[in-house]
Design a protein around this ligand. Structure first.
Ligand SMILES: *Cc1c(COP(=O)(O)O)cnc(C)c1O
Length: 364
């Protein structure tokens, strides 16, 4: 049996390190509801991400849903369909209508040339995605948002630790959502956060993740449960100590992929953006006029027990659950990329030998 290479592998601290971190939970017996580790992680993340405010959640999706809820948005929200199900679901589950904007052909983030034409008198916000950790044109998004008095919430699920012009990506917009899912660059097993500049959002976000409870005898919002527990926070505290090292290891792997695959006709590789310090979260390759199709490469890898991923395919705008629910805008660039893109295996402990092996299979 050949070794299996999954598309990703969760980062974990040493077993003993995690045990040491959770030990005192057996004396405190405090497992959730703003525990000591939760509060410590909030503080450490604010520092790491360089933002004034962080509110932790049980997962990234509920962080985004609650960030939207906290801003009292109405009507339409402009977003992109080249993303994980979560982004569009979070909009729709808040009773809002998604309006789909196309993406750039080079970095796959929101196409700002198109954006303004999609704004109507019903638009209340823009929710762009820092897809693959590539940063949106935050300056242009925010210029447009300001002109039309719209809120901006970034889906920064992929962008942990990324900086733009030396500033943390989380400092842009009204809020950003990070996912700390097991498969992300930084994980708390499951987990997520909303980061924001306006400290007035703190109370409402804290209440929304705990049934809308605002005091011992008061419940002011209809809300669910999205609290991060102490075991999740403990994993986060441990992983945070190693995340810079993990990003460095990812960088070496990405550079090896680039070295092996660049200059080949029909392969469009992920490229670093100018002024952005990347976290090397994903390595997408677009097979456009290559001797093999995307699906053929996916199959050839699978035969060798190597699992790449069609990430993202299909577009969220073509999900069955949305058909007939609202008008769906054409996004030709997003559709083109979704049909041709594959993200290759990438995690900190992927060996360079295995990267070479993957590249040999792709080269056929
Ligand atoms: C992972 C992810 C989410 C959701 O995060 P979870 O922590 O899994 O709930 C949202 N948006 C994008 C783009 C993601 O990749």
């Amino acid at each position: 049996m050949k070794d299996i290479i999954q598309v990703t592998q969760s980062s974990m601290p040493a077993y003993e390190e995690f045990c040491e971190e959770i030990k005192d939970l057996w004396s405190s017996h405090w497992l959730t509801n703003n525990g000591a580790k939760h509060n410590k992680l909030e503080k450490e993340l604010a520092q790491y991400l360089n933002v004034p405010n962080v509110t932790l959640f049980s997962n990234g999706h509920l962080a985004l849903e609650n960030a939207i809820a906290a801003m009292n948005l109405t009507g339409e929200v402009i977003t992109t369909p080249f993303t994980f199900a979560s982004t569009t679901h979070a909009i729709v589950r808040n009773g809002l209508t998604p309006v789909f904007c196309d993406i750039n052909p080079d970095d796959y983030t929101i196409q700002t040339d198109n954006l303004e034409s999609l704004i109507t008198d019903k638009t209340s916000a823009i929710i762009p995605v820092h897809v693959y950790g590539n940063v949106c044109d935050v300056y242009e998004v925010e210029r447009i948002a300001k002109k039309h008095n719209l809120k901006v919430i970034y889906d920064a699920a992929h962008a942990f630790g990324v900086t733009v012009d030396g500033k943390g990506v989380a400092t842009f917009g009204d809020a950003s959502m990070f996912s700390f899912h097991a498969t992300k660059v930084f994980n708390t097993i499951e987990g997520g956060a909303v980061t924001y500049n306006d400290h007035h959002l703190k109370d409402i976000l804290t209440s929304l993740k705990n049934f809308g409870i605002t005091g011992q005898d008061s419940v002011e919002y209809v809300a669910g449960n999205a609290k991060m527990n102490e075991f999740q926070a403990a994993m986060g505290l441990c992983n945070l100590l190693h995340v810079d090292n993990e990003i460095n290891k990812r960088k070496k792997i990405v550079n090896r992929y680039i070295e092996q695959l660049s200059g080949i006709k029909g392969l469009k590789l992920w490229q670093p953006q100018e002024n952005v310090e990347s976290n090397y979260a994903y390595f997408p390759v677009v097979f456009d006029g290559y001797k093999f199709s995307r699906d053929e490469v996916l199959e050839a890898l699978k035969e060798q027990n190597i699992f790449a991923r069609k990430y993202f395919y299909p577009l969220t705008s073509s999900f069955e659950c949305y058909q007939g629910q609202f008008e769906i805008q054409e996004t030709p660039v997003a559709a083109y990329i979704a049909d041709r893109v594959l993200t290759l295996p990438l995690y900190a402990d992927l060996t360079l030998e295995n990267v070479d092996k993957i590249c040999e299979i792709i080269k056929g």
